[in-house]
Design a protein around this ligand. Structure first.
Ligand SMILES: Nc1ncnc2c1ncn2[C@@H]1O[C@H](COP(=O)(O)OP(=O)(O)OP(=O)(O)O)[C@@H](O)[C@H]1O
Ligand SMILES: [Mg+2]
Length: 493
């Protein structure tokens, strides 16, 4: 501790000064003691050639850790941790590598363009009767950066920006991507509690996603263009975000595609459960608490809440209120009160521009049930249809599941897939079926698929015949009824 040794003498002088100072404070009026304090500061800085900058863990936004503090922490762990004596070890990205950072109350030295900089990590211990407002349960920490005053311009103008840039780069490198889900509204203890998260570890990629190759390429191009388009969005005056509507029958790969998107872009995923959000204000809070480089997903948007924008019939509401309630039945007010306008605000209101680099995805099985305002272009910029498995998509699945690119059954299966609607999930299930020897065998799996397709085709044809027959019976009954009515009219006339 070179700095501290050199100024040890000054330390004891300061201790005597502080004693005298406490006496002065007790007996001298406030204005005079304030002046003495100012002179004392000037005196110390005259003799002390070292300058100190502090970086607090919680800045002006008391509930959120300061970006600069986090960058400094990452920078120190990467560049300076090897020289520190007290280290903290944590699991990093993918839980496979170890992250080492500088321990509390330790000191590390860094060199930058001929200047030496000392970093001190100081933990602030709160007074015992103070209730902490910080989101994190740990006591807040502060970095003290100490350097000679002749390096002031270098440190402020170049070194600290370098720390910020490098620290951010290290954070991105070590980032463990996360899958967030919202906690029920009102259940959290503070702002930091609105989302819970687990590591995001879905293996899906666009290579393993079965869909038409041209459509797939178009989606990948669109995502990559979005990622690079920060300047473009600024130029045209648009918030840097993009909306996707994924629609199609169950098991066609909508959720799988979201995971592939997150893996392609290296983004976090926020899975928003709308039924757990009480009202528009809570919805906005949730949005504010998301970070950039993320995908916000609302699955099955048509089933989540009533977003038709229509007011409910007053009479039916009153009737519902009059019905006797079970003891455990929640009060009506406890339900979700998210409105269409709240949802539209969520997608493209002023708040939605905060942070930038966000993708919002809605999924649905019934696109036609959605309020057109919710999914108009500009809100949901791209509508992607995920449909039943056809031959090109099947080839991807056969390659993934069986490692087979050509097979004598391919023609037959291709033909059947054009004539029958089977979801990729069902096709995949058949490709995973085991042969009698409990070993995955390509021939057996493809035969099982062909058999399932033939069966599905027969069932479809049977259902069609039955539906037509039912239609005919209904039409005949209708005709007989109207004939009877006509005869009755004639009789009475
Ligand atoms: N296009 C696809 N490519 C690869 N695998 C698929 C595809 N579609 C479905 N699967 C497989 O089927 C399973 C179910 O698919 P997924 O959950 O993505 O369907 P979904 O469209 O989201 O269905 P739902 O509408 O019921 O939510 C996945 O785990 C995946 O293994
Ligand atoms: Mg799904």
């Amino acid at each position: 501790m070179a700095v501290v040794d050199r100024w040890a003498g000054l330390g004891s002088a300061l201790a005597s000064f502080l004693f005298l100072w406490s006496m002065v404070q007790r007996h001298v009026p406030v204005t005079i003691s304030h002046r003495v304090a100012t002179w004392a500061n000037k005196l110390v800085s005259y003799f002390n050639p070292y300058v100190e900058i502090t970086i607090s863990e919680y800045g002006a936004e008391r509930f959120r850790r300061s970006d600069f503090f986090l960058a400094a922490e990452a920078y120190l762990s990467d560049a300076c941790a090897p020289r520190a004596r007290k280290l903290k070890a944590e699991l990093g990205r993918d839980s496979s590598n170890l992250q080492v950072s500088v321990g509390d109350n330790d000191e590390v030295t860094d060199a930058f363009q001929g200047a030496t900089v000392w970093w001190y990590v100081v933990k602030k211990v709160p007074r015992s009767n103070v209730i902490s407002l910080y989101a994190n349960q740990d006591d807040p920490r502060t970095y003290r950066v100490v350097f000679h005053r002749r390096h002031r311009d270098l440190v402020v103008g170049k070194y600290l920006p370098h720390v910020l840039k490098e620290g951010r780069a290290v954070t991105v490198r070590n980032r463990q991507r996360r899958l967030f889900t919202n906690n029920p509204s009102g259940g959290g203890r503070g702002r930091g509690d609105v989302w819970s998260h687990v590591p995001f570890e879905h293996p899906s990629t666009f290579d393993t996603l079965a869909m038409d190759p041209d459509d797939k390429e178009a989606v990948v191009d669109d995502l990559e263009a979005f990622r690079e388009a920060k300047d473009y969005y600024t130029k045209v005056g648009k918030a840097w975000k993009r909306g996707y509507l994924l629609y199609g029958p169950p098991g066609t790969g909508k959720s799988t595609m979201i995971a592939a998107m997150a893996n392609l872009l290296d983004y976090d995923v926020y899975d928003l459960e709308l039924t757990a959000v009480n009202n528009n204000t809570d919805l906005r809070k949730l949005f504010i608490e998301t970070t950039g480089k993320s995908i916000i997903v609302v699955e099955d948007i048509d089933c989540s809440v009533d977003l038709t924008g229509k007011r409910k019939d007053k009479k039916s509401e009153r009737e519902a209120d009059d019905k006797p309630k079970l003891p455990m039945e929640p009060e009506k007010d406890e339900g979700s009160k998210i409105t269409l306008s709240g949802m539209l605000n969520f997608i493209d209101g002023l708040w939605s521009a905060c942070g930038g680099e966000r993708i919002i995805i809605f999924t649905t099985n019934h696109k036609d049930k959605l309020e057109p305002a919710l999914i108009r272009r500009g809100r949901m910029d791209r509508h992607i249809e995920m449909s039943y498995c056809r031959f090109p998509a099947f080839k991807v699945l056969a390659k993934n599941y069986l490692d087979v690119e050509e097979h004598e059954l391919f023609d037959q299966i291709g033909q059947l897939l054009e004539e029958t609607d089977m979801s990729p999930a069902d096709v995949a299930e058949n490709l995973m079926s085991m042969s009698k020897k409990k070993k995955r065998d390509a021939n057996a799996c493809l035969e099982s698929l062909a058999k399932a397709l033939k069966q599905a085709k027969e069932e479809e044809a049977k259902a069609k015949v039955e539906a037509e027959a039912k239609k005919k019976v209904e039409a005949a009954a209708e005709a007989a009824k109207s004939k009877e009515e006509d005869e009755a009219k004639e009789g009475s006339g």
